[in-house]
Design a protein around this ligand. Structure first.
Ligand code: HEM
Length: 461
């Protein structure tokens, strides 16, 4: 069987080392050197990096039945059990059908006011001149929003503890990806015990939310929906507490980590690109004219959406999608053997110079409708695609736009001079050292300037 081109190092373990040392640089380098389909091995496992937009479509959409989720999500089951992200086949289909109504357009629209109110609350706590770790602030904000919108719960008092547990869990899952991790765990049982403690901490919150929802009342949130849906299934077998726990834990984690990272990177990028920041502020000031944004404004803030889209291109919060071929699979002249792992890497595709000239420049103008038409659809897929596409995509866009708009109406954020900024691609693409930024209250004159520009523009029409 002829395999696609790729690195064939003489030293065993060299690919693993290169991957661990600089994951994103290594993968991008492979695509640049070998092309759209690259083969490499880690241990005895075959990996294929797929970067051709049509092949990406085939794996995620057209031929999705030929693939199961990759090793990363197998490992994530330690924490997420058989929730939406990790389950497969009929079980996944049924759970997705049950959860879907909570993500319908109208339902999401109703969450808009909670998103704005939460952002205003955090904005009111911030103080002029103070330096904060914005990644923690964004985690706190998005965690609170998921808890309130989807679980009708307030986690204000526990956010710090939960944030620390989530961070620990994510690092553990990253460690578990190493080929020798099970051996290391056997040699050092403390590793497993510490993960168990983290899982117990998160379970405590999730099981409490489930208990509080067992009163049979419909609170209009996702958890009520899942509980009530049990009775509608007609098969007599509702979800067990454990199944509910897995679903709730999945949404709880998937629903805040990614969005918080997207926002953190956006604040960073804005702080480095003053012209973009100025245009962004001008849009907010002219569309909102000082009032609070609402769900209805989302469609009227196209530049804010372009900023967020470009930020998720530069720093895709979900940076890779893994799939395992369940049977031999043909791509062009090559056959990928059953059992091999396909890596579809948002970071690599989103920095492909064929679709994004000067790929490391931050340029929201790439997202005008005309510019988008010039690119293949699968040159951008921050939320994946096909039957396993992110269920929270609409939620995340609305949340991202509303939170950016609400906070930037009042605050400007600048990177603390000397703060090191580096990517840490573990489960999500996090800033390795957090993101220390200094708050500056936007002067009323900023708003007035933009307002008078708008008045002038309107008068000129
Ligand atoms: C910027 C924010 C987000 C990004 C970039 C993102 C990205 C993704 C991606 C790439 C997948 C597909 C994984 C795969 O195919 O293997 C996914 C799945 C998923 N996401 Fe998101 N997500 C975001 C926000 C959210 C939110 C807000 C929620 C819930 C409130 C959510 C819940 C889920 C769930 C449950 C799945 C599994 C869906 C399934 O397999 O049926 N995500 N997400």
């Amino acid at each position: 069987m002829t395999l696609p081109p790729g690195p064939k190092p003489k030293l065993p373990g060299a690919n693993l080392l290169a991957l661990r040392r600089d994951t994103l640089g290594f993968l991008r380098g492979l695509a640049l050197e070998y092309g759209d389909l690259v083969h490499f091995q880690v241990g005895k496992q075959d990996y294929f990096l797929i970067n051709d937009p049509e092949a990406i479509r085939s794996v995620l959409v057209t031929d999705y039945r030929n693939f199961a989720k990759g090793r990363g999500l197998e490992i994530a089951k330690r924490l997420l059990g058989e929730g939406l992200l990790t389950s497969e086949g009929e079980h996944h289909k049924r759970q997705r059908r049950l959860a879907q109504p909570a993500f319908h357009r109208q339902r999401i629209a109703a969450y808009g006011s909670i998103m704005v109110e939460r952002a205003q609350r955090i904005g009111a706590e911030w103080q002029d001149g103070v330096t904060l770790d914005i990644s923690q602030e964004m985690m706190r904000l998005t965690l609170g929003i998921v808890a309130r919108t989807l679980f009708d719960t307030d986690l204000e008092a526990e956010t710090e503890e939960i944030g620390a547990a989530v961070s620990e869990a994510v690092h553990h899952l990253d460690f578990a990806m190493l080929p020798f991790s099970s051996l290391l765990e056997r040699l050092n049982p403390a590793i497993k015990r510490s993960f168990q403690r983290t899982r117990d901490r998160l379970d405590e919150t999730v099981y409490r939310m489930i208990r509080e929802h067992r009163d049979g009342k419909d609170r209009g949130d996702l958890l009520s929906m899942l509980l009530l849906a049990q009775d509608d299934l007609g098969d007599g077998g509702g979800m067990t507490d454990e199944q509910l726990r897995d679903e709730a834990m999945t949404i709880f984690l998937a629903g805040h980590e990614t969005t918080a990272n997207a926002l953190t990177w956006t604040w960073y990028l804005l702080s480095q690109h003053h012209e973009v920041e100025r245009k962004f502020h001008a849009e907010l000031d002219s569309v909102l004219a000082g009032r609070s944004p609402t769900e209805a404004d989302v469609a009227n803030l196209p530049y804010t959406r372009m900023v967020l889209a470009e930020s998720m291109r530069r720093y895709p919060p979900a940076w890779v999608i893994g799939r395992r071929a369940v049977a031999d699979y043909r791509i062009g002249e090559f056959t990928l053997p059953a059992g091999s792992i396909c890596m579809i890497c948002q970071y690599v595709t989103h920095h492909d110079p064929r679709w994004y000239p000067r790929p490391f420049d931050f340029d929201p103008e790439r997202w005008t409708p005309e510019a988008q038409e010039q690119r293949p659809k699968f040159a951008y897929y921050p939320f994946g695609s096909g039957p396993r596409v992110c269920i929270g995509e609409g939620f995340a866009w609305m949340e991202g736009i509303l939170l950016l708009a609400t906070l930037a109406q009042q605050w400007r954020l600048s990177l603390l001079p000397g703060h090191p900024v580096a990517m840490q691609p573990i489960v999500t693409l996090r800033p390795r050292h957090g993101m220390k930024m200094t708050l500056e209250r936007r002067a009323a004159s900023d708003f007035n300037d933009s307002q008078s520009r708008l008045d002038l523009a309107t008068a000129a029409k």
